[in-house]
Design a protein around this ligand. Structure first.
Ligand SMILES: [Zn+2]
Length: 594
């Protein structure tokens, strides 16, 4: 077994995918559904089958195993996927030389190298005489020399020519994709970041994939600019400092989310390491799940503490973010720092322990929201209180657990001194969710016995091997409507290849592909232990039924020939009937004795 197979056998596909897509179990089996991450949809058509280790979307036809999912979702190469999963689940990986062999891996390696070259150049600039002003700014923000080095802060050269020259050897295609340079109309390149304080942004594995650049001159239009979304960098799948924060976040089951890079550096430097910053105000669902993956353990929902600027914009983005995290079933707290200070300012003035106390005492999002409401609406009138409720409702609605949502609605009613019935009406009207659309079933036309047989073969390796041996001594394969599917499964078993639904699906015509995945993702009415016996019984039953119908045909022929007076033909048919009956009897005895 190679490492990939070994790793796969230790991973639970439902658990792995469940960290990206909220999954709901269907019935009592290992089948789960959720909203497809590969296309936009309102009702779930994304299926994950834990027994078969396979996912499939009936909406956009995305499908594959656990590795395929991570590869697509994280845009990684196959070796990178193995590495990420091995690290994430603490499965030791055999030492291997890093030698990217395919074109895609080589390109990625080159892009990573370019970011690394840029980071080093930026660091050197900051340490040089040209960096004096920037260093002064950093000092004014109380960032120590150690933090400056650890976070690899840098300075983009003001000329706009440094990286364009340094990276020239990579060629224009890679230059363009690196996001480090921009293209002029004449095709020449100039540096994307100029004269800015640079913050390298890493991926979860700790590799630099892009940069954030802060303006140092007050006349710059944009205070912050980030690498453009291309090549390695995707702004909606990045959290600043995640690779450093994750260990502590897992240990403490909590993550602190702050607004700016400087906040994150300040809090981290104070020894509170489970802190990340989101670049940009809108938080993408992928970023929410990145946080969730780190803090959620053993069914414990995990906690996120939102620590944003207390100004109006900060409060509004906090409101939006509360909703995003609630929708993922996370526990959300909001930390508001007294006197309108930034987190790093607060730590400078009051020390790390004071900040820690604030964190531990952070209020549940609900109290924070409700307090905001009190200032916003006229709480002395019923109309004002109903408006307040309507204001809170979109956030409450995001709570994914129905019971909790109902409890919160009651609490809100109490808090706003509103008639509970009014609140319940509001609550009910939003309950009517769209029912999942029924996909047209191809499998419904398949004879029940064949469906059951297929289910047995999917459920158990013993059943596959039993059926292979059975079919070697019988030609009943021809009786089966799903012949191509069964042949493919049997020949796989013959080659003693590892059974994989995906491999079999890939060998079939689209019509049979659909039937196989439908049955694969249906409730399999079999247990793994009983499957071999059940499978053989299915085949025998089909054979018996076939013989019975052949006998019926012969019996009819005998009667017709007798009526017509053609006695030799009637005798011939009667003999055939006898032969058929006795050979069926022999086969049954043989099967019973085997
Ligand atoms: Zn889909």
């Amino acid at each position: 077994m190679d490492f990939a197979e070994q790793l796969k056998s230790q991973l639970n596909i439902v658990e792995v995918i469940g960290q990206y897509v909220p999954l709901k179990r269907q019935g009592s089996g290992a089948r789960y559904v959720g909203l497809c991450p590969f296309h936009s949809e309102k009702s779930p058509s994304f299926n994950v089958n834990g027994t078969l280790g396979f996912y499939k979307c009936f909406g956009c036809d995305a499908k594959g195993d656990v590795f395929k999912f991570i590869q697509e979702r994280e845009s990684l190469t196959f070796p990178e996927t193995l590495k990420l999963l091995a690290e994430r689940y603490g499965i030791p990986m055999p030492e291997r030389r890093e030698r990217p062999d395919d074109a895609e891996s080589q390109k990625r390696a080159a892009l990573l190298e370019m970011q690394e070259i840029a980071a080093t150049a930026f660091q050197d600039n900051l340490r040089s005489s040209a960096g004096a002003d920037a260093r002064q700014y950093i000092e004014s923000r109380n960032v120590s020399k150690d933090s400056m080095d650890e976070f690899r802060l840098g300075l983009a050269d003001a000329s706009g020519q440094q990286l364009a020259k340094k990276l020239q050897k990579f060629g224009s295609a890679l230059l363009d994709e690196s996001g480090l340079v921009a293209k002029r109309e004449d095709g020449s390149f100039y540096d994307y970041f100029r004269g800015r304080l640079m913050f390298p942004i890493h991926n979860e594995a700790g590799k630099i994939i892009g940069f954030g650049g802060r303006a140092l001159r007050p006349d710059e239009k944009a205070k912050y600019i980030n690498s453009p979304t291309k090549g390695l960098y995707n702004k909606s799948a990045v959290l600043y400092n995640l690779h450093r924060a994750k260990i502590e976040a897992r240990k403490n089951s909590r993550m602190i989310l702050v607004e700016g890079y400087m906040d994150a550096i300040g809090i981290y430097a104070a020894g509170i390491k489970e802190v990340v910053a989101a670049s940009g105000t809108a938080l993408h669902a992928d970023q929410v799940r990145m946080v969730k993956r780190q803090v959620e353990q053993l069914g414990n929902a995990g906690q996120v503490i939102l620590n944003f600027d207390s100004d109006k914009a900060g409060a509004e983005s906090t409101e939006k973010r509360i909703g995003s995290f609630l929708a993922e079933g996370m526990r959300v707290k909001v930390l508001e720092i007294p006197d309108g200070l930034d987190p790093d300012e607060y730590i400078q003035q009051n020390g790390a322990d004071a900040y820690r106390k604030l964190l531990d005492g952070a209020a549940s999002y609900f109290h924070w929201l409700a307090d905001r409401t009190r200032n916003k609406f006229d709480m002395s009138s019923v109309e004002g209180r109903i408006d307040a409720f309507k204001f809170l409702w979109p956030t409450i609605k995001q709570v994914s657990d129905r019971l909790e949502r109902s409890a919160i609605a009651d609490e809100v009613a109490g808090y706003l001194n509103l008639d509970r019935e009014t609140v319940r009406q509001q609550f009910k009207s939003s309950q009517s969710r769209a029912e999942p659309t029924k996909t047209r079933s191809f499998a419904s036309a398949v004879p029940p016995n064949e469906k059951l047989l297929l289910a047995c073969l999917l459920a158990s390796a013993d059943a596959r091997s039993a059926i292979r041996h059975y079919l070697a001594g019988s030609d009943s394969l021809k009786l089966l409507e799903l012949r191509p599917i069964f042949s493919a499964i049997v020949s796989f078993d013959e080659q003693t290849r590892n059974f994989s639904l995906e491999d079999i699906v890939s060998q079939l015509e689209p019509h049979f592909q659909r039937i196989l995945t439908e049955i694969g993702f249906g409730e399999l009415p079999v247990s793994e232990e009983g499957a071999a016996g059940q499978a053989v019984n299915c085949l025998r039953a089909m054979e018996a039924k076939d013989i019975a119908s052949q006998c019926e045909v012969l019996r009819r022929k005998v009667r017709e020939m007798e009526k017509a007076g053609d006695f030799p033909a009637a005798m011939e048919a009667a003999r055939e009937l006898n032969d058929l009956k006795s050979s069926a009897g022999n086969a049954q005895r043989k099967a019973a004795g085997a």
